[in-house]
Design a binder for this molecule. Structure first.
Ligand code: ADP
Ligand code: ADP
Length: 229
């Protein structure tokens, strides 16, 4: 689902590469954590998959698409197959829960009848069936993240990218979000989650891909956050 082949990325203004000859493959349906200290290249990694940034050298594949060779006009198509969740939720503050999720479908031209069917289904899946008329500020942080996950998943993406999705949440709420991401993964969606959250990585025991100063330093099945740290 994801394949990086000898990928390096140097930003113009930076002295060292943000990613340095990274080779890694994440198969369809896998769940993987992307970990590493601040500045190790995690966000850059995710941006390359979305073609938000281009690699300086190497190839980036998402599914069968060689993202770094993808024509600009085809980028929206790529992004439709990738759901994204962020630390700060990024909900539309003037729209209610239902509208936030529906909007993701409206912008890609889905029919109203289809939207009316699938939005309640996905809100039910994330445990927000009774809150479709709430505005984001009327929800707890955990609930806002559930809305963001519903929005990312409603179009059934092949790949879900989550950048520190539990970064603003307390441990109990974070646990609930992880159960939800696990549920999404079990539908066959590949999940790649960048995180600093030791507790979550240690409790999930899933694949751990670790970056340090742009280099891939560990790739372990059923890993924990820290080895000897
Ligand atoms: P992480 O997500 O692990 O914190 P990043 O991918 O954001 O790491 O950053 C990796 C390195 O690239 C850091 O040294 C950071 O300062 C640098 N960097 C990230 N984005 C930019 C940018 N737009 N311009 C210049 N340097 C950047
Ligand atoms: P948490 O303990 O997860 O932080 P909160 O105490 O913020 O949750 O919220 C508890 C419940 O009250 C949630 O279900 C939320 O939807 C509801 N709620 C919180 N703030 C508001 C508000 N301003 N208006 C309406 N409902 C609210």
């Amino acid at each position: 689902m994801i394949r990086l082949v000898n990928v390096s990325k140097s930003y113009k203004t930076s002295t060292r590469p943000a990613l340095d000859k990274v080779n890694v493959e994440v198969g369809k349906g896998e769940f993987a954590f992307l970990i590493g200290p601040s500045g190790s290249g995690k966000s850059t990694f995710l941006k390359l998959l979305l073609k938000d940034e281009a690699p300086t050298s190497g190839d980036v594949f998402v599914g069968d698409t060689r993202v770094n060779k993808l024509a600009g006009r085809k980028v929206p198509q790529l992004r439709q197959t990738i759901g994204c969740v962020f630390q700060d939720f990024r909900l539309l503050q003037q729209k209610n829960v239902y509208e936030n999720v529906a909007f993701a479908l409206e912008v890609i031209g889905k029919r109203e009848a289809n939207i009316k069917k699938v939005v309640p289904e996905v809100l039910d899946m994330v445990g927000l069936a009774g809150k479709s008329h709430r505005l984001p500020h009327e929800l707890s942080g955990g609930e806002q993240q559930r809305v963001a996950i519903a929005r990312a998943f409603v179009n059934r993406p092949l790949l879900l990218l989550a950048d520190e999705p539990t970064g603003n949440l307390d441990p109990d709420t974070s646990g609930g979000i992880m159960l939800l991401l696990d549920k999404i993964n079990r539908t066959g969606t590949t999940v790649l989650m960048a995180t600093h959250d030791h507790e979550i990585v240690d409790s999930m025991r899933r694949r751990v891909i670790e970056l340090q100063l742009g280099r891939l330093v560990r790739d372990e099945e059923r890993g924990v956050y820290g080895v000897g740290r």
